[in-house]
Design a protein around this ligand. Structure first.
Ligand code: SF4
Length: 291
């Protein structure tokens, strides 16, 4: 079987950067590292990081207390790392007062969305965020809207927005589909012609999405998408493959590959979400190539 691996498959720069920051403190047991929620949405990689002394603790969506019962001396050694998805200003304040060293590994692309929201909120704008209201990035971004933020994911959500003044600014969660964003931005503009629209889908997401189309052009008869089932961008890649009317096989690891089914194809494309480590992609490609 011929295997074509998407050029962009795997870690984006924001995820790589967050892992590097956490590892910088954990290497050789230098300091205990806690991350505010999973550093990345990939359980295999999280297991590796845990073995290196990088421990995930609860985020907004959990009830876990971050006080941990650490002594003052232990706190002085520990480091709290904010993951690539970013956090709200309130969460930042909370984490900082825990008494540990604080390192912000928010992806600069997410930081720039937050900055845009903050700037416009200060000028009195209402923010409309295209995204998943339960995604940590969106929860964090909402914290910059000065209480005037709304999350939408469909036209219906726009229909149900409360009456808004003219000053509206629309942004996107970084990992959404470009064509969905453009469709909803057009719909929002019909209702609010003065709305400012910023397409804040990040470069890494766009690249991964367009590489799916490249795989199809290169003759892939089916595409294997590798990555966590909780990873927003991986799930979107799988949906995009299905939109291309190509058979899609979303797996977390090579062990899940059904070689009997996949054996019917001569050319198979492989891609992976921005939170999928290279070793999982290598394993899957090697297994497929040997079929
Ligand atoms: S997907 Fe985009 S915004 Fe998210 S961490 Fe990667 S580069 Fe940053």
């Amino acid at each position: 079987m011929k295997v074509i691996r998407a050029r962009s498959a795997g870690f984006c720069w924001g995820v790589e950067r967050a892992i590097e920051i956490a590892r910088e403190y954990a290497t050789q047991g230098k300091r205990p590292v806690f991350t505010d929620g999973p550093l990345i949405h990939n359980s295999q990689m999280m297991e590796r990081l845990e073995a290196e002394g990088i421990r995930e603790v609860g985020d907004y969506l959990s009830q876990t207390s971050l006080e941990f019962g650490l002594t003052d001396a232990e706190k002085q050694r520990a480091v709290m790392v904010v993951r690539a998805h970013g956090i709200s200003p309130e969460r930042r304040g909370y984490l900082k007062q825990l008494g540990m060293k604080f390192r912000d590994a928010t992806c600069p692309d997410v930081g720039s969305i937050a900055g845009r929201i903050k700037l416009h909120a200060r000028k009195g704008y209402t923010t409309v965020i295209f995204g998943d209201p339960k995604h940590p990035e969106v929860i964090g971004l909402m914290g910059y809207t000065e209480g005037r933020g709304h999350v939408i994911s469909t036209e219906k959500d726009i229909d149900f927005l409360p009456p808004l003044e003219d000053k509206i600014c629309m942004v996107s969660q970084s990992t959404m589909f470009t064509f969905d964003f453009e469709r909803l931005a057009q719909y929002l503009r019909q209702r609010y012609p003065g709305a400012l629209v910023f397409n804040t889908i990040c470069g890494a997401t766009r690249e991964r999405q367009s590489d799916v189309l490249v795989l199809a052009k290169q003759g892939a008869e089916a595409i294997v998408v590798i990555g966590g089932r909780h990873s927003a961008n991986t799930v979107k890649l799988a949906a995009l493959v299905e939109k291309q009317k190509l058979p899609c096989y979303h797996v977390e690891t090579a062990a899940e590959l059904d070689l009997e089914q996949l054996g019917q194809y001569k050319v198979i494309g492989v891609t992976a979400g921005a939170s999928t480590p290279g070793f999982l992609i290598d394993e899957a490609c090697e297994k497929l190539a040997s079929t």
